[in-house]
Design a binder for this molecule. Structure first.
Ligand SMILES: Nc1ncnc2c1ncn2[C@@H]1O[C@H](COP(=O)(O)OP(=O)(O)OP(=O)(O)O)[C@@H](O)[C@H]1O
Ligand SMILES: [Mg+2]
Length: 402
């Protein structure tokens, strides 16, 4: 046996996942993997239906919180409409533009033109720069006529990120303005309900044929969504209480399917890393903690080492004194001083630390309150950590070692 055999493959995959792609962000599953959105699928189907037989599609605006399936359902139904149209001998094309990637009118218009050119197999270069948004739109209308496209649906996802309404306006007027013979429609998607008012004021009513709201998922729906992806794992790897647990946690938080799928994936990755062979609820708990640690680390990543030492001191005090919630500046300062000296650095003054602690309350990490001392004592300031101290300590250790 060689050393390499004994060591095993350096690409050991741990036998946990059979098809991890099913749990990855950006994966657009088939329509039959969509669970609990029958009405929404039907509504978008109804809006796009006419376009599959050569009639104008209806414009639709889709609202709903993050992770409620807006992008998924829209993309899947558009893909189905494309197939359906083909069986009817109708040319239906769609362009999916994620406006968070293409935030300016020019970039979004270019992306629309570029996708259409690819879909119709046009042998035509779409210039990257140097031409205006209106020129990209003209290229689009030209392509539609050149390739005799019967209908085009443009999905503008995260439309609230787009800097201007002109693209949307020209889509709604492409035919009536004589720019194209094709029926052109739009599906706009946003997770900002506030955007509704703004959009209503700025665009004409023809764009508001349909308005669709996606509600957050409940625990049962999340469970069904996750159950439908268990083939991401090898047989028998998932313990039976894992999915109910992930679903319950996600339902309690925001009914966000993306978060639920992410948690399940991260739990699987932890099991894989530990080589345990099964995914358990402990892996789920650890995955949730890890996600919180990562979020906290990101939050404090822009602060100075001194702020991190101050938070570290407060977190250690909080963890070591379960009966006490808040600590005086001086006590935090003493521990902070020790931590800084251990690192071989010079501590800041106590007054400066006091002010930094007050600032952290703006980040929602700590809270500072005046407390009246006993008789003969003046009032003093006490600071309380608003996060789980263990998570804070872990995140700060992690950011230190980075
Ligand atoms: N009904 C469902 N069935 C199966 N998977 C779903 C369902 N709804 C959402 N998902 C999955 O959850 C994730 C998030 O869904 P999606 O991207 O559609 O959310 P969204 O509403 O567009 O959120 P955002 O507003 O953040 O863009 C995706 O990975 C998607 O595949
Ligand atoms: Mg989306």
């Amino acid at each position: 046996m060689t050393d390499a055999d004994q060591r095993g493959s350096i690409f050991e995959t741990g036998g946990v996942f059979a098809n991890r792609e099913l749990l990855r962000v950006g994966h657009v599953p088939e329509l039959d993997r969509i669970v609990g959105r029958d009405e929404e699928v039907a509504s978008i189907g109804q809006a796009l239906g006419p376009a599959t037989v050569g009639a104008p599609p209806e414009n639709t605006i889709v609202y709903g919180k993050t992770g409620t399936g807006k992008s998924l359902v829209t993309r899947c139904v558009a893909r189905e409409a494309h197939k359906e149209a083909r069986t009817n001998d109708v040319t239906f094309q769609y362009a999916y533009v994620d406006c968070s990637d293409y935030q300016t009118e020019t970039k979004a218009s270019r992306e629309m033109a570029r996708q259409l050119a690819t879909h119709v197999d046009a042998d035509r270069d779409i210039p990257r720069v140097g031409i205006a948004a209106a020129d990209y739109r003209d290229i689009t209308w030209d392509l539609l006529d050149e390739f005799a496209v019967d209908s085009l649906v443009v999905v503008l996802d995260e439309i609230d990120k787009l800097d201007d309404d002109e693209l949307l306006r020209s889509i709604s007027r492409a035919r009536e303005s004589g720019k194209s013979e094709t029926h052109v429609g739009a599906i706009c998607i946003s997770n900002k309900i506030e955007y509704r008012e703004r959009l209503n004021e700025r665009i004409d009513s023809s764009l508001q044929d349909n308005e669709l709201v996606f509600d957050p998922y409940d625990a049962d729906q999340l469970r069904a969504i996750l159950d439908n992806r268990t083939d991401a794992f090898e047989d028998g790897v998932l313990e039976p209480d894992v999915i109910p647990k992930v679903a319950a946690l996600a339902a309690k938080e925001h009914g966000d399917a993306r978060k639920a799928i992410d948690t399940l994936y991260e739990a699987g990755r932890l099991a894989e890393k530990q080589g345990t062979g099964t995914v358990t609820v402990e892996h789920v708990d650890d995955a949730v903690t890890q996600a919180e640690v990562n979020r906290f680390e990101k939050l404090v990543s822009g602060t100075t080492p001194h702020v991190k030492h101050i938070l570290h001191a407060l977190a250690l005090l909080t963890a070591d004194n379960p009966d006490q919630a808040a600590f005086r500046t001086h006590r935090i300062y003493t521990l902070y001083e020790t931590l800084v000296k251990q690192q071989g650095s010079d501590p800041l003054s106590e007054d400066r630390v006091y002010r930094l602690l007050k600032e952290q309350s703006f980040l929602g990490i700590t809270e500072s309150n005046h407390t009246g001392g006993g008789q003969g004592e003046g009032s003093y300031l006490e600071h309380r950590l608003l996060r789980d101290p263990e998570i804070v300590v872990e995140a700060l250790d992690m950011s230190e070692s980075n």
